[in-house]
Unconditional design. Sequence first.
Length: 448
Amino acid sequence: MDREYLKRVLIYFVVSVVAIGVAVYVGYHMVQGFITDVETQPAYLDKFSESLTLGAYVMRRERVVLAGETGTVNYLVKNGEKVAVGDELADICRGGGDGVRERIEELDRRIAELTEVETSAAYSSMTDAASMESDIRDMIVAVSGRMADGDIASASSTSELMLKEMNKRAIVTGQTDGFADEIAALTAEREALTSELTDVARTVRTDISAYFFYDVDGYEDAFAFDDIDEVTLDGVYAMTEAEPTAIPADAVGKLVDDYKWYIAVPTDRETALYFDEGGYYDVQLGVEKLTLSMTLRRVLTVSGGGPDSRACLIFECVTMPEDFEYTRLMPATVTVNEYEGYRVPLQAVRVMNYDGVDVYGVYILYGSTVYFRRIEIVLSQDGYVLCDSHAGEIVDDDGYASFPSADGVFEDTETSPPASYESVPYLQLYDMVVVSARGLYDGKIVRN
């Protein structure tokens, strides 16, 4: 065989292998120039609420019920129960001794609490246990803070709520099967005490249809009103500064003859500007944080302005919740604004310029390709933004964007920049937002 021929073949082979290797090497590094490691996060719906916490005074049409006889009171209806004309409210008993009525009320409250805990736990699961644990920790901190501030009443109320949550968590996590035995024991004690209430001196009945409440605080006259629309700003402040009257010895409770009731929230003119008269607001009341939907019936301010910055918000409620403690003065947390939109990390937001127009947006990843999506920011908060979830619900993308076709399969489209910012599609729910990457541009191939 011709050695020269073999030598030439070997040289050609080596050169070819080297050439292919160089081409592969160069091609690899060229492709790597277009590839970027990225971190993504889906765009999902989120909400944020702005609220104010202020002191609220309960205003109701109240009338104290007098028995005309003193003795141990045996209530015949539940606290807050609706009663009709002629219904028996309570027996006034000569027998029973001191503290029997108070102990019966304590037993009723304890039985109601345990029953409520068992009912609530029945609708909870192990997945809720972590949230309960977090709530319990928050309440421990709250109790400690209120004790330090000398607010014993609030600390006591919060402690009771914490005990309910701890009992519920014990059922959910299987630490106990429930409180049937304890409820039975408390009920038996109540029946024994009730049997001591003998020698009924008088039975108190109602002469009107109303809601009956056990508590009398001495402010029933101070917060009285004939027409809520006639209440003045000075009148509200006079109510809040009034001293309670002495509670008659034969007082057994009070009747509220209207299902509508109100809270008066003293504030200042600047704060009052956040609210719209006639608007609907979610209000959390008391340490129980019972949420009720209320109408802002009136906004009272000083006429003529001047240095007096007093104001008052009067909210109306048409719901009379059961088992709620209508403390005359209680904290009220009013939701002022609510925002909803797609939650996006602030670090993902970019600004693109289209013919002199700055457009806020983010890059999203579909497959291995990056696309720019427009956003309209409605709120920036704590390292993230909420984007309008309704923006661009109907979009004409002029063949620019990768939108699903009728059968749900993405179609290949051009990736060249659009003619104007109006052609840039909006961010959509569950788009995979690129959180951390540099050197991005529309149509860039990346590796995720």
